[in-house]
Design a protein around this ligand. Structure first.
Ligand code: URA
Length: 263
């Protein structure tokens, strides 16, 4: 029979895994990843050439993950190197629970860059933003105004990303400190993609880029993000829960279309 101690230890271990985002079983049988394989002879590798260590991300002598993010983002000189820098950034807890680093989708030459919140379950599995139900609605919405993520022409194309590249456990809201840490990456992402206009979808995106929440008041209005016009809109997941708000979303799409015609 199981002792009470085993039960509480097992419960705590399970809760810890759920907190990290392991909220579903992916194999038929459990795998003990702590079990060491039989010792194998390790092939000898040539010693790597010495490389200069990166400057330590220190603030007042203490390692600062936000400073590390700033340095890693600033060093990227293309979307490819930014993606690599993000995939190699190990200082955000969210990454440990995520299957994939979700960087972007669509045409990087697009005039319009859409910025959502964070990957959900489908995006975490596929490694692409907005591929679940909200993403399908997003595609239909932009199709109404003749725009699509895979359009080859920059004027009709969309480039899509999120504030956070890792799925938060159980899709909880990102914490302010997680947003603050990752902000240099999204700012650099905007600079490198260099869109003519930005669409901020939902409260988290507005909070991160404008420092303001209250999407019901913000939506339909233009703001400035890194010197570019940025339009706030309802998040498509909100529209799935509140279909009556699609009327405002439609008005916002027309506002975007009119602005793009002037660019
Ligand atoms: N919601 C988001 O904000 N982003 C996604 O990629 C998917 C759902």
């Amino acid at each position: 029979m199981e002792s009470a101690l085993d039960y509480w230890q097992a419960k705590a271990a399970l809760e810890w895994q759920v907190e990290l985002g392991a909220d579903e079983a992916i194999c038929e049988a459990p795998v003990d990843r702590y079990e060491l394989p039989d010792a194998q002879p390790v092939p000898k590798k040539p010693a790597p050439a010495p490389v200069a260590p990166p400057a330590p991300a220190l603030v007042a002598g203490v390692f600062d993950p936000a400073e590390a993010a700033k340095q890693a983002a600033a060093a990227a000189d293309s979307l490819e190197t930014l993606q690599q820098a993000l995939a190699g950034f190990e200082h955000c807890e969210l990454k440990r629970g995520a299957r994939n680093t979700v960087f972007a989708d669509g045409n990087p030459a697009a005039q319009v860059m859409l910025i959502g919140e964070a990957p959900g379950r489908d995006e975490d599995i596929q490694g692409k933003p907005f591929v679940g139900r909200a993403g399908q609605l997003l595609d239909r919405m932009f199709d109404y105004i003749g725009m699509a993520r895979n359009a080859p022409e920059a004027e009709k194309a969309l480039y899509i990303t999120n504030i956070l590249p890792w799925r938060p456990p159980q899709n909880r809201d990102p914490k302010p400190e997680e947003i603050a840490m990752i902000l240099p990456f999204i700012q650099r992402h905007i600079e490198l993609a260099d869109p003519k206009a930005i669409v901020l979808m939902g409260n988290i995106s507005c909070q991160a880029m404008l420092g303001r929440r209250g999407i019901t008041r913000l939506r339909g209005n233009w703001a400035d993000v890194l010197g570019r016009p940025a339009l706030a809109m309802f998040h498509p997941a909100y529209l799935l829960r509140n279909p009556q708000a699609k009327r405002e979303a439609w008005a916002d799409l027309l506002t975007l279309q009119a602005r793009l015609r002037q660019l």
